[in-house]
Design a protein around this ligand. Sequence first.
Ligand code: DOR
Ligand code: ZN
Length: 341
Amino acid sequence: MELTIIRPDDWHLHLRDGACLTTTVPDTAQSFARAIVMPNLKPPVATVSQAVAYRERILNALPEGMTFDPLMTLYLTPELSPDIIREAAETDCIHGVKLYPKGATTNSDAGVSGLDNMMTTLETMAEVGLPLLVHGEVTDREIDIFDREAVFLERTLAPLMERIPTLRVVLEHITTEDSVEFVKAHPEMGATITAHHLLYERNDMLAGGIRPHLYCLPILKRSKHRDALIAAATSGSPQFFLGTDSAPHAVGDKESDCGCAGCYTAPHAMALYAEVFEAAGRLDRLEGFASVFGPQFYGLPVNQESLTLVKRPTLVPMARPFGDTEVRLLKGGETLNWTLA
Ligand code: DOR
Ligand code: ZN
């Protein structure tokens, strides 16, 4: 059995930098034509010239014969000015601005602690049509980690959308039923959904042993939330589209006293999503989710090429090279039903 779809795009991706790019760039480009590239490097990608230079480094790591268009983003630092937004809007390679609440996740120290001082910048984004891509979690220590996404909707996102209704917003890597409902109630918004949040719930990470390679942020939630995500992803609603949040970390940084958040899924992401859509009896809706709704939201054309998946049991390799070390793959050592043709 084969499934041929319009070549997909990844609307949320971490490629990292330096020597890691020789793994991460081809791993994504073998399936995806384009990807929204996250700016959480150290130092962050905070200016147009930094984004342009990072894009060049990515393209330099693309093997001959492969095609891939990195869609760049800027990091919302307190210094991100309306002038930089206007400059970004004039390029054709910057497609969004990423909000990391300060302290929320990997390399989020450069983020903003609140949005009150950023209103002119956000208004300028609304004016020029540059979307805000949101890591939707509060960082308050008193808020339980499992509630941080839901509290963010109430405390930060709802007031922001009321204040600047014309701002285009993508709620990234949603993990809760609350977010699904919030997005549905705001028809102008988009949301990305990862493969790992569709495949796992928190028991998979914590019951019977702690599995650091399933630790990601926002953290996996209880199974009713996973079920709500599956329903949203397979609903055919154009508000929900594919964003892997593939986020590689060196194996030693995950298997550690204080392990990093992130799952590496780029190489076999389409096979992972296919498992979910097939189990839901909705393989016919994979193409919309993976290849059509994202471009529609971002105002870009869908890809001309196609991608074929074949239903054939395929062993996922344990790891991939990662600079001078290795990165573990999600489901490494397990067998998936689908593979790239
Ligand atoms: O699991 C995650 N990893 N979530 C994020 O928000 C960041 C990402 C990373 O960059 O490692
Ligand atoms: Zn991410």
